[in-house]
Design a protein around this ligand. Structure first.
Ligand code: NAD
Length: 476
């Protein structure tokens, strides 16, 4: 049984202020695999004080010094990719192959992308009017991350803070503390000065909101649910902190009859189920041109029935369980709501897949004939559940796609380039994927509307951590 009973503060592994703990659960076995200490506002105060002290010198480092440290971080990350992957498999059920190749690898992918972006970002720039702007780190940053892409989200926040000369306090999800602790060990191994990076484990109410309200934190970067993101914004408002938010989604996937239906619909179903449907940008609403609706249902049914579910400890391209009982119960409740609302179950349904009764496994489920106003079409379900709705015209499809509180991502399947560019212009979403291809590392990621504000990744991701100072050229 693993015991995580230290926080990383001021360059040392220290005892938490209280002895409160929480069990760490493996979703595949529904059994306890360890215990994590839960922090409180006293731990936050210590971590922020350390980050504030460290900011005085770290903010004055040169770009070359920070690039050298990021290269150390790269070596230390590569060293621990296997450990990160194993941790995420056991704490949130990411299947072994994708846990290493995608979940853990994202820590390296984002790091490389930020190194490239930093190399191209000038500390100073002369404006056309002759004035000079300088880019300076914002101060102490509070970083709060979710459990569904643990290392992806940590890297998207910690690396730009370290790259720009800011200092930080990380509060990872209380459900994925193991990968976060390993990440802290990676930063330690990279040789950052004491206090530049600090880790406090704990929940949102005790640690998260103490960070959002802390007078010495200049910026909060939050990824998680829209509910908690709103709470962070409110807590941060009195101190006029900068707040960047990466929140939920209910992303539309528009399928036109001129698409390569077999390939595009099969991959769309797999895309929705990927990471067991627990991705903020999952294509969860399949909007289908009516002239090909029946054909699409047939393809989707075959793809849904072919979706393998299994033990995340095994290699392979199957999906694992959802991350815990809370999520299992939520997903079951939404499937029940879909049935009660009168949507037709094309694949899956309530209960666990046969032979997988122990862990928090869900049947990959597809609803068709879904009315756009049904709750299963409007609310984020965060499990392997796809809803299919027909549309009659391009205009109709765009209207339905945009008729949501969210605006994180949108997907288009069509072989008509003119149509695709027309539709892209009209979609209110931060990321558009076209015929299975999405943006690469280094591109900005973030949402419109209630999917958040700010952009993570690349130069845009660095800018969130920078202040702009302007001065005239020197005259005596
Ligand atoms: P969550 O909002 O419950 O928790 C996210 C983090 O916020 C956790 O660390 C949690 O402890 C903390 N938290 C909770 N309440 C808080 C509060 N009042 N103040 C401060 N911190 C608080 O979300 P989750 O269940 O961990 O993650 C799933 C959600 O995250 C989904 O809605 C998903 O769409 C979203 N998400 C978004 C992105 C993105 O980039 N847009 C990426 C991944 C996940």
């Amino acid at each position: 049984m693993l015991t995580l009973n230290k926080f990383y503060i001021d360059g040392a592994w220290v005892d938490p202020a209280s002895d409160a703990t929480m069990p760490i659960m493996n979703p595949a076995t529904a059994s306890q695999i360890g215990t994590v200490s839960m922090g409180n506002s006293e731990d936050v105060d210590r971590a922020v004080a350390a980050a504030k002290r460290a900011f005085e010198t770290f903010s004055m480092t040169t770009k070359a010094e920070r690039l050298a440290l990021l290269e150390n971080l790269r070596v230390a990350t590569i060293d621990r990719l296997g450990d990160l992957a194993a941790a995420m498999t056991s704490e949130m059920g990411a299947p072994a192959t994708m846990s290493l190749d995608v979940q853990a690898q994202s820590g390296l992918g984002h790091l490389d992308d930020f190194i490239a972006a930093l190399k191209n970002l000038d500390d100073e720039e002369v404006l056309p009017n002759g004035d000079i702007i300088s880019r300076e780190p914002i101060g102490v940053c509070g970083l709060i991350t979710p459990w569904n892409w643990p290392i992806n989200q940590i890297a998207l926040k910690v690396v730009p803070a370290l790259a720009t000369g800011a200092t930080c306090v990380l509060k990872p999800s209380e459900h994925t503390p193991i990968s976060a602790q390993i990440y802290a060990e990676i930063v330690e191994a990279a040789g950052y000065p004491a206090g530049v990076f600090n880790l406090v484990q704990g929940d949102g109410i005790s640690v998260g909101s103490a960070m959002s309200r802390h007078p010495d934190i200049a910026m909060m970067s939050f990824t998680g649910s829209t509910r908690a993101g709103t709470a962070v914004s409110k807590d941060a408002a009195d101190g006029v902190k900068r707040v960047t938010l990466e929140l939920g989604g209910k992303s539309p996937n528009l399928v036109f009859a001129d698409a390569d239906l077999n390939k595009r619909v099969t991959e769309s179903v797999q895309g929705c189920f990927y990471n067991t449907g627990q991705s903020c940008n999952a294509p969860t609403r399949l909007l289908v041109e009516r002239s090909c609706y029946d054909e699409v249902l047939e393809i989707a049914k075959a793809a849904g029935e072919a979706q393998a579910v299994g033990d995340p400890a095994q290699q392979g391209d199957h999906i694992g369980p959802v991350f815990d009982k809370i999520q299992y119960d939520r997903v079951q409740a939404m499937i029940k709501i879909g049935i009660d609302e009168g949507a037709r179950v094309l694949v899956g349904g309530l209960g666990k897949p046969e032979g997988l009764e122990t862990g928090w496994y869900v049947k990959p489920t597809i609803f068709c004939d879904v009315d756009h106003d049904m709750r299963i079409s409007r609310e984020e379900i965060f499990g392997p559940v796809l809803v299919i709705t027909p549309f009659d015209s391009e205009e109709d499809a765009i209207k339905m796609a945009n008729d949501t509180d969210y605006g994180l991502a949108a997907y288009i399947q069509s072989s008509d380039e003119a149509r695709v560019s027309r539709v892209v212009r009209r979609l209110r979403a931060g990321t558009i994927q076209i015929n299975g291809r999405g943006p690469d590392y280094g591109s900005p990621f973030g949402g419109y509307k209630q999917s958040g504000n700010g952009r993570e990744g690349g130069v845009f991701g660095l800018e969130d951590y920078l202040e702009i100072k302007v001065r005239p050229p020197f005259t005596a």
